[in-house]
Design a protein around this ligand. Structure first.
Ligand code: T4K
Length: 379
């Protein structure tokens, strides 16, 4: 197939937003306009928070303007200072949320089978300056919650989870949202559940919830009483309207994603050197990320497969290449980090995230697999 003749005439994006029920969204927005109440802890935000807390089985959901500010506020609410251990293999928002506030992210390696933090690597990096760990449920695969909780207990560290990818995911019967002292969700347009931009801090800890609520509103505890540090992390009514409209279609969306995931696994099976990262072995998944690995036994390298997909208008992504430790400012700050992160280096060179969600169907998946099969059989 030549580049002049792509398999898809329209680009197929990873992260194409899922839009649940446009009519409900527009009706809710109209209500907000009629009320002339558009932000600052409005009724739609409160309704969204209550419904999410109920769905996740936790005491508190504090809606925030986006996942990054939610991380920043949660880090402060937990009292983290000094050094905090995070994976390098994550979206750069995870370490940036620490550094933005003068803390030091310390990069731990991952388990190549799960792409989540490796507890042994975490243990090796604890110093007298360490105050916390941020585990990431990458791709919606739960981080090793029990092992990380054990390390946090042993060393008296705060434990926070970046659950940006893991809305609707469970570990056994327990929903993500209830692990660690708090968890942070992202509701960005590209996420499984979106409020266009948005996020939340989820916690069972009354104190954490209270300080997070204060901090998202400049520290205001009343009309003219400021009692703490703060920022503007408020979610608008328009964003909450999108969330409420999307809540109604979650089960349908999981079903679409699961069907797409199964189709990718079936279509890609038997291609030498190609595999799909398993999900949902121990609980429910949202199947939002289809993570294909181009292994060392494949006849071509990952970037060659990616180039063929892109020539055909399949805008797959090599998330989270090349690892945060190779991005600025960390690259300059930690010049020796790569040698300490062998699994991160290996996995970052193998991953291609494929399009899924409402904008992809079985025929498209068959054609995408065909492009990959064709490229890997052509040396
Ligand atoms: N922690 C983790 C582990 C995260 O993955 C993220 C965010 C965060 C924390 C922080 O949460 P937020 O502060 O974002 O709430 C995207 C998202 O912007 C980002 O939210 C997400 N992770 C990250 C994994 O992906 P980019 O740089 O890939 O965005 P971009 O513009 O390249 O868009 C991605 C794809 O989606 C493209 O193919 C285009 C398509 N797209 C995007 C938008 C916004 C659409 O088709 N329509 C759209 O409206 O970061």
């Amino acid at each position: 197939m030549s580049s002049a003749d792509p398999a898809f005439t329209e680009p197929l994006h990873v992260g194409r937003p899922n839009i649940g029920d446009p009519d409900t969204f527009l009706r809710l927005v109209e209500g907000a306009l009629d009320r002339r109440w558009l932000s600052n802890d409005g009724p739609l935000v409160r309704e969204l928070e209550a419904r999410l807390a109920d769905l996740l089985g936790v005491r508190h959901c504090v809606a925030i303007a986006n996942g990054t500010i939610a991380l920043e506020i949660a880090i402060r609410a937990l009292g983290m200072t000094g050094e905090v251990i995070v994976p390098s293999y994550t979206f750069v928002a995870t370490p940036h949320a620490l550094r933005w506030q003068g803390l030091t992210p310390v990069f731990a390696d991952i388990d190549p089978r799960t792409h989540a933090l490796d507890p042994d690597s975490v243990r090796r990096l604890i110093t007298p300056r360490t105050t916390g760990i941020i585990g990431v449920h990458l791709w919606g695969r739960p981080a090793p919650v029990d092992e990380l909780a054990q390390i946090a207990r042993e060393h008296d560290l705060q434990l926070l989870f970046d659950a940006a990818h893991a809305f609707g995911v469970s570990v056994g019967e327990r929903m993500v949202g209830s692990f660690g002292r708090a968890e942070v969700l992202s509701f960005h347009a590209t996420k499984f559940f979106n409020t266009i931009e948005g996020g939340a801090i989820i916690t069972d800890d009354d104190g954490v919830a209270e300080s997070a609520r204060l901090m998202r509103n400049f520290g205001f505890a009343g009309e003219d009483r400021v009692v703490s540090d703060g920022t503007n992390g408020k979610m608008s009514e328009i964003n909450a309207a999108m969330g409420l409209a999307n809540l109604g279609t979650l089960d349908e969306l999981i079903e679409i994603n699961r069907r797409n995931y199964d189709a990718y696994v079936a279509e890609l099976s038997g291609i030498p050197g190609i595999s799909v990262l398993p999900v949902g072995e121990n609980g429910r998944s949202n199947f939002q990320y289809v993570v294909m690995l181009v292994g060392p036994d494949c006849s071509v390298r990952r970037d060659e497969v990616l180039a063929s997909l892109r020539e055909n208008n399949v805008l797959a992504r090599r998330y989270f290449w090349p690892g945060c430790h190779r991005m600025e400012p960390y690259r300059t700050l930690y010049p020796g980090a790569a040698a300490q992160l062998p699994q991160t280096e290996m996995i970052a060179d193998q991953v291609i995230v494929l399009p899924t969600g409402m904008s992809v169907d079985q025929t498209a998946i068959g054609a995408i697999a065909g492009i990959i099969r064709d490229r890997t059989s052509r040396i």
